[in-house]
Design a protein around this ligand. Sequence first.
Ligand SMILES: [Mg+2]
Ligand SMILES: [Zn+2]
Length: 161
Amino acid sequence: MKPPTRLFIFDADNTLRRTTVPGKPCPHGPGEWELLPGVRERLGAVRWGGEGAWLGVASNQDQVAYGHLTAAMAQRLLADMVRAAVGEIAPAPCIRFCPHALEVPCACRKPAPGMLLEIMAHFGVAPAETLFVGDAPTDAEAARAAGVGFVWAWDFFGWGL
Ligand SMILES: [Mg+2]
Ligand SMILES: [Zn+2]
């Protein structure tokens, strides 16, 4: 029998949040994003912490490398997003992002599994107990490379097709 999910990891852009500024792939500052429909409701139904599940975020933020926002701002915006989605939960969510330029090889940018592996190590959770939710083929590929289950964001949040 498949063990219950102890760790949910989410992609950020177009999975939990969307940019409200046309032409920007991700927000560069506060007030440039909103939660996607159903996110607060769906995540509000999950029992977090303790005997429940833990939460991680794995996001490619190459806009940092191109100088559109600082790493500190990227971190802050992702933390704001998680707080808007689930409020304060314990243990604290584990947020990881890849700040590298697309032309720079690195171990963290999805489809590499680096961030997913780091988040699992952070919580001490096995791949079989972990689920990754994302909207891009690179998300699905990262999940496969990390050996964790994958669900498309529209299926997880019930957006339909
Ligand atoms: Mg995405
Ligand atoms: Zn990277």
